[in-house]
Design a protein around this ligand. Structure first.
Ligand code: SAH
Ligand code: DHB
Ligand code: MG
Length: 245
């Protein structure tokens, strides 16, 4: 029996799950089954989580099956260039970078220099350091700089930083895309909190503003799905770029 691929349960629930909290144990069990059956043991991914823990980073990385979903999407669009907003310790970055051909490129944006350093080491250890650039600074500045530099087009963008910035990050990601590029946004359901139109939580407001702007944006078409699993009850918004403008 191969060792189970690891996913790191957060010490405390990321969001108040209310009623749904009673099912968390079963969601964990099902994720263990799915990942244990469909994934291979992966020392580099384990090490990325261990070093993130050791450096005191919060356990808010994507789950293994979410990481692999991102990787499969990147492969399905034949990604040669991938953009990530929100690196943390580089766990999702490793999944994404491994979708790239040897001459492909992942640019990942992180505001915290300590996190960026942990990520840098993890990407190197995973053998994808040669195709990955970790840029330190506020994501909005990083995205503007990429646009100025004429970088891209990026075939897939994963948006997973501060949720207040979602609408702006996706706007810049669209500009940095080609027709057919995908943009995936994490944490868009937040244990159902997203339906509260009167919410004063800036993260909820950030997600709602994202969806309002997407609905009015003729450059794209989008949908979102709710997810349950080891990361609780949350969701992903998936954006297909039709015309980056
Ligand atoms: N994608 C990672 C998790 C990212 S957590 C994974 O799944 O493994 C969100 C990250 O966004 C944090 O590391 C946080 O420091 C970073 N972040 C928050 N605000 C930011 C900003 N304005 N610009 C860039 N990064 C930001
Ligand atoms: C948080 C951020 C994330 O990207 C995530 O996947 C889970 C939680 C947070 O800021 O709480
Ligand atoms: Mg996230």
């Amino acid at each position: 029996m191969p060792r189970q691929p690891r996913s790191r349960p957060a010490e405390t629930p990321l969001f108040d799950l209310g009623e749904a909290d009673t099912h968390q144990g079963r969601w964990d069990e099902v994720d263990r089954y799915l990942v244990g059956t469909l994934h291979q043991p992966d020392p580099a991914l384990d090490a990325a989580l261990d070093t993130s823990d050791a450096a005191g980073l919060p356990a808010i990385n994507v789950a293994p099956n979410q990481g692999k979903l991102l990787q499969l999407l990147a492969r399905a669009v034949g990604a040669r260039r991938i953009l990530e907003v929100g690196t943390l310790g580089g766990y999702s970055s490793i999944w994404l970078a491994r979708a790239l051909p040897p001459d492909g490129e992942l640019v990942t944006l992180e505001i915290d220099p300590v996190r960026a350093e942990v990520a840098r080491a993890n990407l190197d250890r995973a053998g994808v350091g040669d195709r990955t650039e970790v840029r330190v600074g506020p994501a909005l500045e990083g995205l503007r700089a990429l646009h100025r530099e004429g970088a891209g087009p990026f075939d897939l963008t994963f948006v997973d930083a501060d949720k207040e910035g979602n609408a702006d990050y996706v706007d810049w990601a669209v500009r940095l895309s080609r027709p057919g590029s995908l943009i995936v946004v994490d944490n868009v359901v937040r244990a159902g909190a997203v339906v509260d139109e009167a919410s004063t939580d800036p993260r909820v407001r950030g997600v709602r503003r994202l969806h309002d702007t997407l609905a009015a944006d003729a450059r794209v078409t989008a949908t979102a799905i709710q997810t349950v699993g080891s990361k609780g009850w949350d969701g992903l918004t998936v954006v297909l770029v039709l015309d980056p403008g």
